[in-house]
Ligand binder design. Structure first.
Ligand code: KG4
Ligand code: ZN
Length: 397
């Protein structure tokens, strides 16, 4: 049909497949992937620095930078090789430029800028949190608007996604992120010395141990019970848990680095308190959106993403909330909830389809370590002061 038409016409009728290379280096994963415009993953590669940072007891930015530097060329080449797509066949390159660790973002951006100049390809700068929020659309046909909960090592936020580059920020953490808190408490408990947890992230270790723990053996107060907004806070909870650990250590005469006898109970109580805090803020966000008519009548959806969202207990707690409020709960599989090149390439595809935020290879782009997600309406949410009805958040783990 289009045999004799020009390239532009054929592109307009989308008979030509478009390919985007996505590159992610905002934190501790060097990721790259090639996707086509249907969202098919043609090739991907991921180098995780998690073990190095786990050994060091936290992310040291210059170390993260060095590891990105050592791996980026190989990771991108692997993704291209596996996809069978030549650089010349790419429609565009999409790269995370915000928010994230400055030193890490810089490596991905430098590499990408050289790459797009060399191959004369359009460049699509990506907001990391937007990418997390939109990944679900690669897997399911979710229409805007929908509610998003992002809970990872670096972020905890609730937002309404109104379009690919249009978000209303309903709440965010006032101090630490959920995942970071789990990581720090896991370290305080020396869970690395537990035979089953040595290679797990803090959150994974807590989830595993909590399965056999009695959550009622400890009582931690749910954060911000008296504040009727959708913000999160985890610093106070960390403090409560740390005090409980110190007390038990004294009672049991446990030395630094040794495991307490009650680690499983602490893990269970901590996981329950985190899940219940997240569930309550999400419940309020749903009621706020409903009261303002921000969610569609038909099939209103809550999308949950970020590393912490792979926690089965937290997912089940959220399911209780969405069942009670008539929302559809969507949690992409864990591998799409954590940082990777796929989500960045998908965001590039979404932008390409709508012709939004596409730059020429010669334009200047800078990275931005701090970048808010969308329009901040957290104070409006606070003013609405919505009281949530009690829900029984009891999970059989
Ligand atoms: O999304 P992610 O890979 O990296 C970013 O922070 O962007 O999330 C990593 C975080 C870590 O803090 C880790 O402890 C947490 O997600 N995490 C979990 C689980 N798996 C990973 N937290 C709770 N339960 C899990 N199963
Ligand atoms: Zn992330």
């Amino acid at each position: 049909l289009f045999q004799n038409s020009c390239l532009q016409c054929r592109r307009a009728f989308s008979t030509v497949r478009r390919f985007v290379l996505g590159i992610e280096t905002s934190c501790d994963e060097t990721g790259a992937a090639v996707l086509d415009d249907t969202g098919a993953i043609l090739g991907e590669s991921l180098h995780s620095q998690k073990q190095t940072h786990l050994d060091a007891g936290g992310i040291i930015p210059p170390v993260a930078q060095q590891l990105h530097r050592e791996n980026i060329s190989r990771v991108v080449q692997e993704a291209l090789d596996r996809s069978g797509i030549e650089p010349s066949e790419l429609t565009a390159v999409a790269t995370t430029v915000k928010p994230g660790l400055a030193l890490s973002l810089g490596i991905g951006l430098d590499f990408s800028r050289k790459f797009v100049r060399l191959h004369e390809k359009p460049f699509i700068p990506i907001h990391h949190m937007e990418a997390h929020a939109l990944t679900v659309r690669m897997l399911h046909p979710v229409d805007f608007p929908f509610l998003v909960l992002l809970v990872s090592g670096g972020h905890s936020l609730l937002a309404l996604a109104k379009g690919i580059d249009e978000f209303l920020l309903l709440g965010q953490t006032l101090d630490a992120a959920a995942g970071d808190t789990l990581d720090k408490i896991a370290r305080r408990l020396s869970l690395r010395n537990h035979p089953e947890c040595s290679s797990l992230s803090g959150g994974q270790a807590i989830e595993l141990l909590a399965k056999e723990g009695d959550r009622l053996a400890f009582h931690f107060k749910s954060p911000m019970g008296q504040l009727y907004d959708c913000n999160f806070s985890f610093a106070g909870l960390r403090n409560q848990v740390t005090l409980a650990i110190s007390k038990k250590e004294r009672e049991e005469g446990v030395e630094k680095g040794q495991l307490l006898s009650c680690v499983k109970d602490i893990a269970a109580a901590l996981q329950h308190t985190v899940a219940s805090h997240i569930a309550k803020r999400t419940h309020r966000a749903i009621l706020f959106c409903k009261s303002k008519g921000l969610l569609p009548q038909h099939n209103p959806t809550l999308v949950v993403s970020g590393g912490v969202a792979s926690n089965e207990y937290i997912r089940q707690t959220l399911k209780i909330v969405t069942d009670a409020t008539g929302l559809h709960l969507l949690c992409p599989p864990s591998k799409f909830c954590t940082d990777n090149g796929v989500m960045i390439a998908w965001n590039g595809i979404e932008r390409l389809k709508q012709g939004k935020g596409i730059m020429s290879h010669s334009e200047e782009v800078n990275y931005e370590p701090k970048a808010p997600l969308g329009l901040d309406i957290t104070s409006e949410v606070k003013d609405a002061a919505i009281k949530i009805p009690p829900l029984k958040l009891r999970i059989n783990s």
